[in-house]
Design a protein around this ligand. Structure first.
Ligand SMILES: [Zn+2]
Length: 537
């Protein structure tokens, strides 16, 4: 008996010690990942004005928002005089390529972005399951959500063909959308100026969008036209929302072509009218008057059907080539341009010496006649040899401001993860949010700071279904930015785009300090954010 109770006592002591060790380890784990932000002006993302408070974060979650929190923490940040806000959600990214080679995504982190929605304009990762798995296993500094892209799936089923799908092909595409949604996509995206998406009819898109709706997703569209027929294109997006019964996001809302400038008054009214009719339509924007896409987008889409080889053969036929040139010339004049100096090469892999030059300059550099026809020949030759990424100066500042004033407008850089110093890309990749906060909020007072933060945080979180992000709220994921509203500004310009924004002193992603005063910390605490389809599958 005595022996037994001694043994028992020893066992009890061991268990007790083990318990203490476990408790201590657990405490260590909490304290190792705890951050206390003191004395900040809290802009919680709701649109309400700031209030003074402390914020305590541990294990990736906002634990407490209250005045005078007095606990020890792994890191204490004095945010006196600074704004403490939820991390920014960029709703329009194209990062599936770049994020894998550059998972630290500096351009986003230095601009206050903690979440990016990729897979836009109809182009998404080929296999979302493996894309998400790779992000998970390799680590990434920002949270990533994806859409399933129409061009990607249409390309799989119909290649680059300019025709409607057969019933069987339509079903095949619908299955691919469903597969993407079950992999965790948050919606279905289209890019209706691009091949092959441009060859689709609205009915095809309604059928595909219904699959997104079935899994709680959105319809996100780079609409068919952003110039002369922009009204028709917006109506098409609204119709898809109504008939497929799902929320609509119109991407990079803009007005292109000088002769159309000012039309944003009408296009914003279309959005307003649709909302009054009960269709959940919202929009996003990058705050610049230039856009960026490929060189091929200058060429009539019928000439691009079948892919690059088909274009090559068409260009060998003098008759077809003349027709292409005529259409391009008509388009140029219609947009009130006298040459192609509005079209600047961002990156041409075949000849990097062209980066930063516009088509007018390249044409002259190649010793060709100073005519529009010759500039078009130059474009066609460049396209035939592989094309280029371009920056197009084509929007009016008044429309940019007008669109920004819409309460239904959120922001998206429409960018990838650029290789720092490579090419002359659109500055939006680096400066979108800081530009809104510096130029448009502070300097021009187009919108208030509170509203800008709402549109960068809770609004996109609500629209895209990120249920525990986008607000500074107890229990929410600790994605947080701390910045000085008096100094925050973008530095990336069209001429020198490789420049990080400044003014953000700390960026925290899932509770991990990812940017501090010394720069990117190397933390890769980003998560894959999956839609409702993942839960249902
Ligand atoms: Zn687009």
């Amino acid at each position: 008996m005595i022996r037994f109770s001694q043994y028992n006592l020893k066992l009890n002591m061991i268990i007790c010690r083990l318990f203490i060790v476990l408790l201590f380890t657990a405490n260590m784990a909490i304290s190792q990942s705890s951050i206390l932000i003191k004395n900040g002006k809290i802009l919680d993302g709701t649109g309400n004005t700031w209030f003074l408070s402390d914020v305590l974060i541990s294990n990736g979650v906002i634990r407490k928002i209250s005045k005078n929190i007095e606990v020890s923490a792994d890191l204490i940040i004095d945010a006196r005089g600074q704004i403490v806000a939820p991390g920014f959600i960029d709703v329009h990214g194209h990062i599936e390529g770049g994020i894998q080679s550059k998972p630290t995504a500096e351009n986003y982190i230095y601009d206050g972005v903690t979440t990016v929605v990729t897979g836009n304009c109809g182009n998404s990762a080929d296999d979302l399951n493996s894309f998400f798995k790779r992000l998970d296993s390799n680590g990434v500094s920002i949270n990533v959500a994806s859409l399933v892209g129409h061009n990607t799936i249409r390309g799989k089923v119909l290649k680059m063909e300019n025709r409607a799908p057969t019933n069987q092909e339509q079903v095949q595409m619908e299955n691919l959308v469903a597969e993407g949604m079950k992999a965790g996509a948050v919606g279905f995206s289209t890019g209706l100026i691009y091949v092959p998406g441009t060859f689709s009819k609205t009915e095809e898109l309604i059928g595909l969008s219904k699959q997104s709706a079935k899994y709680g997703g959105l319809y996100v569209s780079h609409i068919r036209d952003e110039g002369d027929s922009v009204h028709v294109a917006i109506d098409e997006a609204i119709r898809i929302g109504r008939e497929a019964q799902l929320p609509v996001e119109i991407s990079h809302f803009k007005i292109t072509g000088k002769h159309n400038w000012g039309s944003s008054v009408k296009t914003l009214w279309q959005v307003e009218a649709a909302r009054r009719a009960g269709i959940d339509v919202t929009i996003d924007q990058y705050p610049y008057t230039a856009g960026s896409t490929n060189l091929h987008s200058r060429i009539p889409s019928w000439a691009l059907a079948g892919g690059n080889d088909s274009l090559h053969y068409r260009l060998m036929s003098p008759h077809i080539k003349t027709k292409i040139i005529e259409e391009m010339e008509t388009e140029l004049h219609k947009n009130l341009n006298t040459d192609y100096s509005f079209a600047v090469v961002a990156f041409c892999s075949r000849d990097t010496s062209l980066n930063g030059l516009n088509i007018h300059q390249i044409n002259l550099r190649w010793g060709r006649p100073n005519t529009i026809k010759s500039e078009i020949e130059t474009i066609l030759e460049l396209a035939d040899k592989g094309g280029a990424q371009m920056v197009y100066h084509m929007m009016g500042e008044e429309d940019v401001r007008n669109i920004m004033r819409s309460p239904y407008c959120m922001f998206g850089a429409d960018a990838g993860v650029p290789v720092f110093g490579r090419g002359v890309p659109h500055p939006r990749a680096y400066g979108t949010n800081a530009r809104v906060l510096g130029k448009y909020v502070r300097e021009e007072k187009i919108i208030t700071l509170e509203d800008a933060i709402r549109r960068m945080t809770s609004f996109p979180a609500q629209k895209f279904g990120f249920k525990d992000r986008g607000l500074l709220k107890e229990g929410y994921k600790a994605d947080i930015v701390i910045f000085d509203p008096k100094t925050v500004i973008d530095h990336a310009t069209y001429e020198l785009p490789h420049a990080y924004s400044s003014g953000f002193s700390q960026v925290i992603v899932n509770g991990k300090l990812t940017l501090d005063k010394n720069g990117h910390t190397g933390a890769k605490a980003g998560q894959v954010l999956q839609g409702q389809g993942k839960e249902k599958s």
